[in-house]
Every structure is written in C-alpha cells, then in structure tokens.
Design a protein around this ligand. Sequence first.
Ligand SMILES: NC(=O)c1ccc[n+]([C@@H]2O[C@H](COP(=O)([O-])OP(=O)(O)OC[C@H]3O[C@@H](n4cnc5c(N)ncnc54)[C@H](O)[C@@H]3O)[C@@H](O)[C@H]2O)c1
Ligand SMILES: *[C@@H]1O[C@H](CO)[C@@H](O)[C@H](O)[C@H]1NC(C)=O
Ligand SMILES: CC(=O)N[C@H]1CO[C@H](CO)[C@@H](O)[C@@H]1O
Length: 333
Amino acid sequence: MSDPIRVLVTGAAGQIAYSLLYGIAKGDVFGKDQPIILILLDIPPMLPVLDGVVMELQDCALPLLKEVIPTDKVEVAFKDLDAAILVGSMPRKEGMERKDLLKANVAIFKSQGAALDKYAKKTVKVLVVGNPANTNCLIAAKSAPSIPKENFSCLTRLDHNRASSQVAMRCGVSANSVKNVIIWGNHSSTQYPDVHHCLVNVGGKEVPAFDAVKDDNWLKGDFISAVQQRGAAVIKARKLSSAMSAAKAICDHMRDIWTGTSEGRFVSMGVYSTGNPYGVPDDLIYSFPVEIKDKSWKIVDGLTINDFSRAKMDATAAELVEERDTAISFLSV
Ligand SMILES: NC(=O)c1ccc[n+]([C@@H]2O[C@H](COP(=O)([O-])OP(=O)(O)OC[C@H]3O[C@@H](n4cnc5c(N)ncnc54)[C@H](O)[C@@H]3O)[C@@H](O)[C@H]2O)c1
Ligand SMILES: *[C@@H]1O[C@H](CO)[C@@H](O)[C@H](O)[C@H]1NC(C)=O
Ligand SMILES: CC(=O)N[C@H]1CO[C@H](CO)[C@@H](O)[C@@H]1O
C-alpha cells in the first residue's frame, strides 16, 4: 500500500458532501489501494453537524480511510493537500442581489485560493463545485499564483452525465453506450450540451447520435433545454438541489483526473482557457471537451463547429466574460 494522500472536501456538512464522502472514502475516486486522510472544512456553526459526519465515516469501517480531520480553519484544512474539492460556497439568500452574492463568493474563493497557495502541495488538483462554479474556480486559481492554472477545474460533469443519460434513454441503451457528448461554457442555463460528436453504441456498432436518435428537432430543441433546466427540475421535485447525482459526477471528474480517460472517449470539464482551438476568450474557466492522461488534461482538438453550435458557444462565453469582469473588480477591494 502507498502512503496516504490528503484530500480536502469543503462544505463538508452539506448535502452533496454527505453523498460524496462515502464514495471517496471507499476508493471510488483515488483507487482501491490508495489510503486516504480526509479533511473536512465547514464554517463554525456547522461544526456540530460535522462531528456527526465524522462519526458516520468512522462507523463505515472503511479500510482505506486512515484519518478524518474536521475543521473550520483554512490553515488546517489546506495543509499539504493532494486534492481539494471545494463544494462549500455562499448560497443565494432571500432578496440577495446577484452582485452581492458574487461578491461574497469572490471573498471565499480568494481566501481559499490564497490558502492553497500557502499550504497545499504545488501538485494539488483542485475541483470547484460551489456556484458560480466557473467564476469561483477562476478566482481561486488567480489567488494561488504558485500553483499551475491547469490544476484547477470546475464541475460540469453533472451536466455531461445528464446529457449522456438523456440520449441513452431516448435510444433505449445503457448510459455507457453513449460517449463524447460535450458541455460547452458556463454551468448554467446558457450551457450548450452538444451532441454533434456524440456516438451511440447500438447493437455493437457506434453510430452518430443524430442517426441513433433519428429526431433532429428533439436533439436541437427539447434535449438541450432539458439538460439546461435539469437542475431546476430536480429542485422543483425534491425541494432540494441535486446532491446524489452531483456527488457521483464529482467522483467521475476527480477519478478521470487521477487515472485518465479511456482511449477515444472525452469528458467535459471547466478548465482555464488560454489559446484554445475554439476561439473561446482567454482567461475564463469554460467547459470544454478534454482528454486526460498522466494527470494532465488536453482540450480535444479538431472538432468541427457549425453555425448552430458557434452561436451557443459564444452566448455562454459572453455570460462568463461579464461575470469574470465583475468578479475581478471585487478582487482588488
Ligand atoms: N457545479 C455543479 O454541477 C453543481 C451541482 C450541484 C450543486 N452545486 C453547488 O454546490 C454547492 C453545495 O451544494 P449543497 O447542496 O451541498 O449545499 P448545502 O447548502 O447543503 O451545503 C453547503 C455547505 O457549505 C458550507 N459552506 C458555506 N461557506 C463555506 C465556506 N466558506 N467554507 C466551507 N464551507 C462552507 C455550508 O455551511 C454548508 O454546510 C452549492 O453552491 C451548489 O449550488 C454545483
Ligand atoms: C454562470 O453559472 C453559474 C452557476 O449556475 C450561475 O450562478 C451564474 O449566474 C452564471 N453566470 C451568469 C453571468 O449568468
Ligand atoms: C491536472 C494537471 O494539469 N496537473 C498538473 C499540476 O501541476 C503539475 C506541476 O506542479 C503538473 O505536473 C501536472 O500535470
């Protein structure tokens, strides 16, 4: 067995973490032979709840889990990290302006970025989940200048999994028979779920999604809005936001960073754009199709983009540019 790795989950007393921690602690993410020290950060009023989560993790009697450290202090939480999953953020409260919400989140991710810079390993892999995930991730990366920007990513895998599953259900195949859907842009209702490069395995043969689904109107209309609005639909039904599926997507995302994507398959991740092949503005965390090998991701190159896709990719980029500029104006104050 190798030495334990140190993995931080923030927002650890919350509902996503409640599903996520078990997956990590039993080896779904970093491998079945990788011992883990789990560090759980939340805010001071949540410490009693966190104690309950620690008790349950102990009661799971998991062989890979070497230690659990609950804390409300960043200097404890970010020390010597190998991986950081930043789930906690400021939620929208009744009557709160969008700007004030963004300002509160900039403050959180600025201080957590600075803590990564100061205390974590320089090779730390950082995944931002707390919304607005793309911009929070950008702020954290900018606040940690000694850690490569490539080591920061934000979660759009839930949207990716939702899109794959919609296509799979429509074709009557299992979810793993669908590959290479793409989520472009922001994790919001302007995201663009793109199936122009998606393949569906139908009876052992891989065919383009448009041929497998045989309903272009659905793929260009209701499919896109269903994926864009899925989070809202879950909230309406459950009276709570997606948690089990978000936790599963976080596991998928981090596992792919750790162990790589399989040959011919790509996944969607919000990553730092700089000189990307698709003309997306630089200096954004934007969701792209990526392949991962040796713990490094690469944006999939050479995909053809038609006018329909172009317009949607540009719209979601414009939203992120605006949000970035507002967020950066808060950084200096
Ligand atoms: N990117 C995605 O695909 C995706 C999907 C689902 C949810 N989300 C987002 O994930 C976040 C968490 O969702 P949830 O359902 O677990 O929420 P939740 O409210 O159940 O839990 C959030 C936890 O974060 C904690 N927290 C707040 N500020 C913190 C800070 N500064 N440091 C540490 N902890 C802090 C809270 O105390 C709370 O325990 C939300 O922002 C949600 O919008 C993102
Ligand atoms: C981008 O997506 C996030 C997450 O859903 C959302 O909170 C934010 O408002 C979006 N940005 C803009 C500018 O709409
Ligand atoms: C995922 C990723 O890009 N990881 C990189 C993090 O930074 C180290 C250097 O500190 C690189 O070697 C990794 O490839």
